[in-house]
Design a protein around this ligand. Sequence first.
Ligand code: FMN
Length: 186
Amino acid sequence: MSNTILHINSSGRKNGSLTRQVSEKLVEQLKNSESQVIQRDLVTGLPFIDEQWIGANFTDPEQRKAPQKEALEFSDSLVKELQSANQIVIASPIYNFSIPAVLKAWVDLVARARLTFQYTENGPEGLLKNKTAYLVMASGGVPIGSEMDLATKYLVQVLGFIGITNVKIIDATTIEEDSKELIELD
Ligand SMILES: Cc1cc2nc3c(=O)[nH]c(=O)nc-3n(C[C@H](O)[C@H](O)[C@H](O)COP(=O)(O)O)c2cc1C
């Protein structure tokens, strides 16, 4: 079956990164000969949303002027990547009890009213359907999934908000470095 995998890395380090190693292994496991893999490495940084971006995003798409369209261009391209993928692998270390700032910047750029969620009479509704997300998490001490781990909790919350409710959590700290076995997915 053909599938598209979006692989997002957010560790600030390229060498010795557990989340990079384990998420790479997971992508290898998930892909088949027809898979398309989109790599989105956030290590070089992302723009933060600003006044221009927020103004453009809150303007009706039909009414947007050229500079407003331009302000949303990069965010549009990140949303398209997300829409095109049926499997999303997010590699996230815990930084200061939460996710790396650069991953939060990515969230701010893809949580878009009309595109990834919408407001309805019954409250907000996620618009991304039939997708599975894999969170490859690592920490230096905070147990993944514990009360102190605000990173995993936050990612599950925000993915659910945009419609991705099928989320599997992988604790990269428990995967043996030289393990040849497949990553166990529940
Ligand atoms: C800036 C920074 C902040 C960190 N904050 C925490 C933290 O709050 N709790 C924790 O358990 N580990 C923390 N760590 C440790 C990392 O989560 C751990 O080294 C993890 O393996 C990093 O992911 P990586 O191996 O993919 O780079 C922090 C590391 C860095 C560099």
